[in-house]
Write a protein that binds this ligand. Sequence first.
Ligand code: NAD
Ligand code: UD1
Length: 309
Amino acid sequence: MPDLPILVTGGAGFIGSNLVDSLLAKGHAVRVLDDLSMGKRSNLPLDNPRLQLLVGSVADAALVSQAVAGSQAVVHLAAVASVQASVDDPVGTHQANFVGTLNVCEAMREHGVKRVLFASSAAVYGNNGDGQAVDEDTPKAPLTPYAVDKLASEQYLEFYRRQHGLEPAIFRFFNIFGPRQDPSSPYSGVISIFIQRAQQGLPITVFGDGEQTRDFFYVGDLIDLLEQALALPVAPEGAANVGLSRATSLNQLLQHIGDVVGSLPAITYGPARDGDIRHSCANNQRLLGRYRVGEPTPIAVGLAALLGK
Ligand code: NAD
Ligand code: UD1
């Protein structure tokens, strides 16, 4: 079905637009459904005749049905990606982060579309890693509405697999970074904020003592995995962690950023965010077993690429 479009929800955002570029470059037709709440038209090559943009919310069941109709597969990325935003607005974020997934499942059932990739999150483990790398069987401990919605979405996708023959490939992304991650909101990803402020010489605020850790994964490596998952003959059951299996503290991250930018501005330490996970690191053995993973990009290399160095 090479000519039917691949639907990318959230395709105008950071991860989505990187995927859209890559799919178009490989000759696929692509349809994007995005409400442009975080995503931007300027992230998309709208003059490409193989790209179609539908503007609206995944919470709108009729629009999702229209978007899914005639697609060959769905990559469901649309969500409010900020954990903190879900703490501040559980009801609002639930519409995108959970109802949106359910609408995608129903529309796929209605139109007989089978393959769906889903962007779940390391957030589902909460603090159960206890400083160690978490594998997929680690008990789940969602601490925030964002994490609850991601875990419930995963479980609904598995229900639709059993009941209606959907073929979900579920990924638990750890912290993804790279070009087009939008730094403009206080809810934005930490690397995008720190780099922009370092480049502009503006002070940086670290929430907590900076010794919290994250497993940062370069977006280019992720896009390659997503494309493999679209092409797999069988969608594997159960989620796969997407991380390097390397923990980097925010204080170490700042050192890397200082090295790449050339200097660091003033850094202040404030109270930790509510629901913030202390340590997050992926055991990525399942990922390595399922997918061809080349030499993954180390954080220093990814940061340099991000700054065009
Ligand atoms: P992003 O904010 O750049 O992309 C999300 C996109 O979804 C945006 O374009 C936004 O406009 C769109 N969107 C939001 N609500 C919508 C709605 N109701 N209807 C339609 N579109 C809507 O964030 P991202 O980092 O590219 O995240 C993509 C996906 O990956 C999200 O599901 C996020 O939860 C997940 N994820 C991201 C990370 C990460 O580190 N960036 C880690 C784990 C999971
Ligand atoms: C991120 C993703 C989330 C994903 C999760 C998976 C974003 C916005 N969030 O959440 O979608 O599911 O990874 O692990 O992409 N911080 C500061 N100062 C700042 C901003 C952040 O100290 O100005 C701190 C935060 O308190 C946190 C860390 O940096 O300790 C990372 O924050 P953030 O980039 O928002 O990501 P996560 O909450 O890990």
